[in-house]
Design a protein around this ligand. Structure first.
Ligand SMILES: Nc1ncnc2c1ncn2[C@@H]1O[C@H](COP(=O)(O)OP(=O)(O)OP(=O)(O)O)[C@@H](O)[C@H]1O
Ligand SMILES: [Mg+2]
Length: 302
């Protein structure tokens, strides 16, 4: 089954270590679903709205804001910041909306809310729920699919751990309700799927397997492990062995020896994955170009 069909959920969380291709994959999936006429929101978690948006680059647009912007038919994109979440949470929980605006203008409060790690993740969580809930004027949800590009491995886990913790320590009230709702959404496999992106090398694959274990332990549904940037292998197994022999006879210093070793390491990493992954895994090839060119080049593989 294609990756896009495999992961299709209302909320798709794209996670994995730094630089593995999360943002590129988020952008490519968003474009794919939008082209198949689903109303899509691509969202990038950033610490502040001033952070340069990598998702904007991957989508080929100038910049993104904390409010969803339409960038193509059926496709919108947004920055998810803890502050936007805090602001909306206060607006929804305080009796007078103006109070929330005033509170959020306080530098001290903003600093406090974004410095405490739990509060920061709760802000992201609230904003995420808020975006999922947005109504479509013609009925249903404004966005049928929300893709969440999360910045680092810890994040997807934190999104589940924070509400679990809050539910344990807070007996009642609006924060507990957000935590409960968030946890219910995140752990419902009919609504949410996480994609673990990794690279075809032993260490990244091992880390992806650990992340799979961590997510599963916190009941986040893992839709698939995506091995990105797999080198194209033009050889059969026998041919590879023959080429390898010729190259090593030459001392391995010929052009192509490095690439061949990369192909062999990728094969070894994929073998480990086949053996140990409990979730499906999908392979995406190395493509030409960077930024929005890489996004477009990945589209046919989805
Ligand atoms: N399949 C691919 N083939 C070739 N280049 C790719 C592929 N996927 C991603 N890239 C390139 O790899 C680089 C890192 O990709 P990307 O920014 O999507 O990773 P990331 O996981 O979001 O990184 P970060 O953790 O910094 O947010 C980019 O230059 C991107 O164009
Ligand atoms: Mg990124």
């Amino acid at each position: 089954m294609s990756l896009a069909r495999l992961v299709q959920r209302r909320l798709i969380i794209v996670t994995g270590k730094g630089g593995v291709g999360k943002t590129t994959l988020t952008a490519a999936l968003a474009r794919h679903y939008a082209e198949s006429r689903r109303r899509v929101l691509a969202a990038e978690i950033v610490p502040t709205a001033e952070t340069p948006s990598q998702l904007a680059i991957a989508l080929g647009v100038r910049g993104l804001t904390e409010e969803p912007q339409r960038i193509a038919p059926n496709l919108s994109a947004v920055l998810v910041t803890p502050t936007a979440g805090h602001h909306r949470f206060l607006q929804a929980s305080l009796p007078i909306k103006l109070l929330a605006d005033t509170a959020m203008r306080s530098q001290a409060l903003r600093k406090f809310l974004s410095a405490a790690p739990g509060f920061s993740d709760m802000g992201v969580m609230y904003r995420m729920l808020d975006l999922l809930r947005l109504p479509n004027p013609a009925g249903g949800h404004a966005y049928e699919i929300v893709l969440l590009d999360s910045p680092a491995t810890g994040h997807a886990l934190a999104l589940a751990q924070i509400p679990e913790f809050l539910i344990r320590v807070i007996p009642a009230g609006p924060i507990r309700r957000v935590a409960e709702e968030g946890l219910a959404v995140l752990t419902d496999p009919r609504i949410t799927g996480t994609l673990i992106v990794t690279l075809p090398e032993l260490l990244p694959v091992t880390e992806a397997l650990e992340l799979q274990e961590g997510l599963t332990k916190h009941r986040l549904p893992v839709s698939a492990i995506v091995v990105n940037r797999v080198p194209n292998d033009p050889f059969s197994k026998e041919e590879r062995a023959a080429v390898s022999e010729v190259l090593s006879a030459q001392g391995g210093l010929v052009l192509g020896a490095r690439e061949l070793r990369r192909i062999e390491r990728a094969q070894a990493a994929l073998a480990v994955l086949r053996e140990r992954a409990t979730a499906d895994h999908v392979v995406l090839s190395e493509v030409e170009g960077a930024g929005s060119h890489a996004t477009l080049a990945l589209l046919p593989a989805l």
